[in-house]
Design a protein. Structure first.
Lengths: 333, 286
């Protein structure tokens, strides 16, 4: 599966410097994404999934920086670069052209003053030297590809004239027009209603097949993950707590946090009046991380042994989890 | 300049701008004032400096269209020539202050590291009363039209800079700016295409205000004797000269006052119209 990973993140650590201290937002994050595959980064707010994606893009806010680890990206030319140390000008040539990103907010991810056609064409202006006629043709082709009806007339539409789902399609067209090798999708369907969400996911799957790109999909929605991902990395408080191919992860979640997440999804056929199973407590703030397992304070299985640091270990073939009590839990289940 | 090119490429822009009757009227009146002032050499019935002491303070209509001043000079002719000075000062200051303010404001708003020093300088300059700072600057530079424009530009640049900085701070955080960076746009490109274009409307509105303030400030400076050489009439100096005769000849301050008020009002209406026409959301509804 990871024969030739296009993106390999190794032991990534991101720190944010405040006036008094330095907070570790993401630590010991490792994963690999194969060409043409989809990896989902799952976690709740503050789990570090967005920071991880920003670190890959080289777009961390001024206070944040990568303090450890590597982000190896295999460029279109075959050369492998470390995005964690690449210079900003070099990074700019990769952003948009080889790694593109789409965002959660289709409503405000487009500049309100430019027509849709201009904004997509701008990408080609930045990353290619096509003539304006050729650019127009490519934009039109791209709008057709993302299934925007009446694409030719929509070229001259302003963002406010389009619906949310339509705007997200435009965003996708914008991101994919330069045929990137890697698409980072940061909660692209969160702001959309469920039917549109399904359409956008279907569109992304189809485009992935047709264009052969890899997708790093960031979400908190396990339902969406099951739809689109080949592999899942579950993040909690800045760490990857479990990493596994999608199917086994849903069938046999190994980490208590993943188990909790899956148990908390409402299921059809639930008896009336049956309560949802929540995970009690909240994520610890980065300034007050427990010494050992970050999930221990909320974990129903926590014991004294959880106060020592834990590494990701193999819980089952291909399935890694960060928990000292894996064996016990497996026996329990 | 960015505004001009933006205006040119917007197809429905002119229609959107002129769709509102008040804007159309303001534009007509302002163009009329501008034409009259520019063509003063041909329109003016008399030499604005020619004195006729016997006919001093004649009321309007009695041989003089708008009356004559204490030296018997034709008020109408003086009004036309004075307009050149007033409008030049206003337009010059509005333009220079906008360019300077945009540069400083964009840098302060977009680069967090430069924000604190730039903002402190802006605050320090705004702590001076406008007129006082202008007097000091004119005293240093010397009293000519160019120097008054420079001095007032320095006084009003912080106002634009502050507006620009505040708007930049808002736009900088918007997802489409982040998206632009994520898709490989360079910083200058983002500053101009994504930020400047989106904050043009407050700048245009602010610039029309500055145009008006500068005209008034120039009048104040001239009155205090630190402005433009009194032999060059401006609307402000005319009001100040007429001030002493307000009992006998109220028309002396009335006509230049009307000229200033009309210009300022027209500019404000045009500014509002531009703001709405530049906003595609509003423009399409008009």
């Amino acid at each position: 599966m990871t024969a030739s990973p296009i993106l390999e993140v190794n032991d990534l650590q991101v720190e944010f410097a405040t006036r008094r201290q330095s907070l570790v937002a993401v630590r010991d994050v490792s994963f690999a994404l194969g060409a043409g595959k989809t990896l989902a980064l799952v976690g709740e707010s503050g789990s570090g999934k967005s920071v991880t994606s920003l670190a890959i893009m080289g777009l961390l806010p001024t206070a944040g920086r990568v303090t450890r680890g590597t982000i190896a990206f295999q460029r279109g030319s075959g050369e492998t670069v470390d995005l964690a140390t690449l210079s900003q000008p070099a990074m700019r040539h990769i952003r948009g052209a080889e790694i593109a990103m789409i965002f959660q907010e289709p409503m405000s991810s487009l500049n309100p003053l430019f027509t849709v056609g201009d904004q997509i064409g701008e990408m080609l202006m930045l990353h290619s030297n096509l003539s304006s006629v050729a650019r127009r043709a490519k934009v039109l082709e791209m709008l057709d590809l993302v299934e925007i009806p009446a694409a030719a007339s929509r070229m001259s539409a302003y963002p406010h004239e389009l619906s949310g789902g339509m705007r997200q399609r435009v965003m996708i067209a914008l991101a994919l027009i330069c045929r990137p090798l890697l698409l980072i999708a940061d909660e692209p369907t969160t702001a959309l209603d469920v039917t549109i969400q399904a359409q956008i996911l279907e569109l992304m799957r189809r485009l992935q097949r047709e264009l052969g790109m890899s997708i790093l999909f960031i979400t908190h929605d396990l339902g969406v993950v099951a739809e689109i991902a080949d592999e899942v990395a579950v993040m909690y408080a800045g760490e990857v707590v479990e990493r596994a191919p999608t199917r086994p992860l849903y069938a046999h979640p190994r980490h208590p946090y993943t188990q909790g997440l899956i148990a908390s999804i409402p299921r059809p056929g639930r008896a009336p009046g049956e309560r949802l199973v929540p995970i009690h407590g909240t994520v610890p703030p980065p300034s007050a991380m427990p010494p050992g397992c970050a999930f221990a304070p909320r974990c129903p299985h926590a014991g004294p042994e959880c106060e020592a640091p834990v590494a990701l270990t193999e819980a089952a073939p291909g399935q890694l989890a960060r928990c000292v009590k894996l064996r016990e839990l497996a026996a329990h289940a | 300049m960015a505004a001009a090119s933006a205006l040119a490429e917007e197809p429905g822009f002119t229609r959107a701008l002129l769709a509102r009757r008040s804007v159309l009227a303001a534009l007509c009146v302002f163009l009329l004032i501008l034409a009259a002032v520019l063509l003063a050499t041909w329109i003016a019935p008399a030499d604005p400096a020619a004195m006729a002491v016997r006919q001093r303070l004649s009321p309007p209509g009695t041989g003089y269209l708008l009356g004559s001043d204490p030296y018997g000079r034709d008020v109408f002719s003086r009004l036309l020539f004075a307009g050149r000075v007033s409008l030049t000062v206003g337009a010059g200051v509005a333009m220079i202050a906008s360019v300077g303010g945009i540069l400083i404001g964009l840098v302060a708003g977009y680069f967090p590291r430069l924000d604190a020093p730039a903002s402190r300088i802006i605050d320090a300059m705004m702590a001076f009363p406008d007129i006082l700072l202008a007097i000091a600057l004119v005293a240093i530079l010397g009293g000519s039209i160019a120097n008054v424009i420079i001095a007032l530009s320095i006084v009003y640049t912080p106002r634009i800079a502050r507006t620009v900085r505040a708007s930049t701070l808002v736009i900088r955080e918007l997802p489409y700016v982040e998206a632009a960076r994520a898709l490989g746009s360079s910083t200058p490109f983002i500053l101009i295409q994504h930020i400047l274009r989106n904050i043009l409307s407050p700048i245009i509105v602010q610039a029309t205000f500055i145009f008006a303030y500068a005209m008034l400030a120039e009048a104040g400076l001239s009155f205090l004797g630190v402005g433009i050489d009194p032999s060059t009439p401006s609307w402000g100096t005319m009001i100040n000269e007429g001030r002493q005769y307000v009992d006998q000849a109220p028309f002396l301050i009335f006509f230049p006052g009307i000229a200033i008020a009309a210009s300022v009002l027209c500019l404000q209406l045009i500014g509002d119209g531009l703001r709405d026409a530049l906003d595609p959301r509003i423009a399409r509804q008009l």
